[in-house]
Design a binder for this molecule. Sequence first.
Ligand code: BES
Ligand code: MN
Ligand code: ZN
Length: 474
Amino acid sequence: MEFSLIDQSIQHFDGDSVVVFSSVDKVFADINIQQLIELSNFESKAGKTLILNLPEGFKAKQVIVAGVGDTPISAKNYVKALVAISSVLGEYKIKNTMIQSLEVDGFDQAWVHRTTARVIQNANYKIHKVGTDKDKVTIENIAIQSTTDNAHDLMQGQAIANGMSLTRNLGDLPSNICTPSYLADTAKSMAKEFGLECEVLEQDDMDKLGMGSLLSVSKGSIEPPKLISLSYKGDGDSKPVVLVGKGVTFDSGGISLKPGAGMDEMKYDMCGAASVLGAMRAIAQIKPNINLTVVVPAVENMPAHNASKPGDVVTSMSGQTIEILNTDAEGRLILCDALTYVEKFNPEVVIDVATLTGAVIIALGKHNSGLMSNNQDLADDIIVSSKGALDGVWQLPIEDEYDEQLKSNFADMGNIGGREAGTITAACFLSRFTKDYRWAHLDIAGTAWISGAKKGATGRPVPLLTQYVLDQIN
Ligand code: BES
Ligand code: MN
Ligand code: ZN
């Protein structure tokens, strides 16, 4: 799929179809098309579309009318319209299309170009079924009407969609294929393709570093654990942004076994890992002047005779001891050692991304990721980036009162804090390992995938992470 900018009227576009927008009180089209739309009683709600044959005087065959709701046009409605347009283009196998330019409230044309490319390409993502060939995308060219010819924003949008596609693919793969070793191999092949630095630590290496907490999770599994680091260098020796992604390739709960219903979805427990790799994929293609390192602790959490048991006490790389009161609170056990390990990169800032708690789904549903931080300026920056990326977050507090719930009689802390505020106590646990740098935590358990008939990974929060990294330049 290719995107381009053209400075042309829609009458003169010599392709298959043109897209025009229609808001509740205004049609952004010439008088001929306006009459056609009025004749068909089109409701201009965002997400509604109408296909009409074009009258004499147009070079293209059809017009797709896309509703965008009220004026001024909101970013959310514009995206809804783009998703609807994508499904029409896919359904009717329309190859060459021109999209009318449009003003979106609060955003500039560069944003419109980047978002259009990202949303249309991502909406055309096809789930790759195991053992079959990849379905071909039928759209060939999308030309966006514009008086500028700066295609850089289109490339950025496509790079982000490519990153999301990697993330979705990894997320959807079953855990018998997408193992910790598979994630390590993926990072290695990305390093080759994009000229990145990659390092993979094995169990012995982690043992030597004293990662007793991380290894306590993987020890009940036949799959060897991996600690993956992948670095992009676009700015000499400056301090990198470091992203850490939870890579539990299957979370059975361990000895604190999960119930059977819906357990298949715990293949998605590596979506934090998949999203930081996806963000790296996007950045490696965009090649901005910044340094980025992504770190993935990758393990499988299984019950076994040699698995960790409730009540076991382990020593983390930081030296702090942890009483494992529930083996299903394993994400924090692998992240805490990864968060100590990343100090070696001398990070400017560290953001971890994890499908960490079911509680965040109860708190925020599937619309916003949970955001927690030890630095309010950092949290504010992430919120700003998330708005531009249309990849929502909502901040929850980290306070000492919550941290007290982690008290243990037998170690420096327990790995669970009871029923109340489960998302926050998980973050409090992590914050005990991030005292030496600016850190934020994204709990993506609600946003990384969709359940039900449309089950599948969403590719979130790749747009937010990529936008955040790009926003750090200057
Ligand atoms: N991976 C899960 C969190 C999760 C649960 C994500 C459901 C998406 C849907 C995590 O490892 C976990 O099991 N968390 C426990 C923590 C509890 C034992 C303190 C949870 O949320 O129940
Ligand atoms: Mn778990
Ligand atoms: Zn988990």
